[in-house]
Design a protein around this ligand. Sequence first.
Ligand SMILES: [Fe+2]
Length: 313
Amino acid sequence: MALTDLIDIELAVPNPGELQEFWNRRGLVTTGDGQLGTPERSSQLRLKESHYRHVSHVRLATESQDDLVATAASLDAMGAQVTLGDGWLESVDPVLGHVVRIEVTATESLKVAPTRELNGPGRLARANRRSEAAMREWTPNPRRVGHVVFGSPDTKASVDYYVNGLGFRVSDTMPDLEATFLRCSSDHHNVFILPSPVACMNHYALELDDFDAIGLRGVEVVQERPDASVYGMGRHIVGSNIFWYLLDPAGGMFEFFTDMDQITDDELWDREQRRDDWDPFTVATYESGTSKMDFFLPSDIDAIAAGRERDGL
Ligand SMILES: [Fe+2]
């Protein structure tokens, strides 16, 4: 695989300072001017000011300059805008309008999360002690940004750009929804394209260690803003990830996730594996409540449309 990982994303919002403080409270560290990361990966979210909320950059990792040359040729052949440099390539997404930058680099491997002592039927792992999650003696931090999801007014062109231009692989499709899950690493999805009347970010997603980490961090968000929960907790069917979708102070939806399917061998991954009762509009195998409309389309989509128009997109 030429592409190896998602490095980071840049969010452009009217008040980046407020968003930066929000993520500092959630455990991301300010590692540069408008840059948030973790001790392991110094840049995960980059923030900049804009008159409307959108993703302005997506940065990807690849293995070699030869990969960049091949990708530049693919993009050029499809008529996409592309600039090739020494160790980097930049292209403008022809449908969504953000910059995609690919760099010859290797992302830092993540340390394995410490094994939690969990009691269970027939399993006594934590005797005579309360759970650190119950005692709130534990403040788990996000480990990385894992994926970003876009609403596209032309899903066919978007998937063509990501797959045939940039070299993403298709992990799953939901044909009835015109939705496609794409990966540039072993994650089931690093980019997900779904239909939208206006090009927009649907959500960005941060990986946490486990379900307790999501619960603890998600509750903090809801305690600050009671209406911040959009959907969850639950477990998706496609991708299998445990999720909780929430709103950030800029109005952007983000997901805390854990336990996503990992695909290391295309031959072993069965895209046709389905349960007979799967309904294409049922996105969770279990969940704690009905999703708000933000799950499908940002409630400020009119402001996003106006912002794009002002930018000539
Ligand atoms: Fe997600």
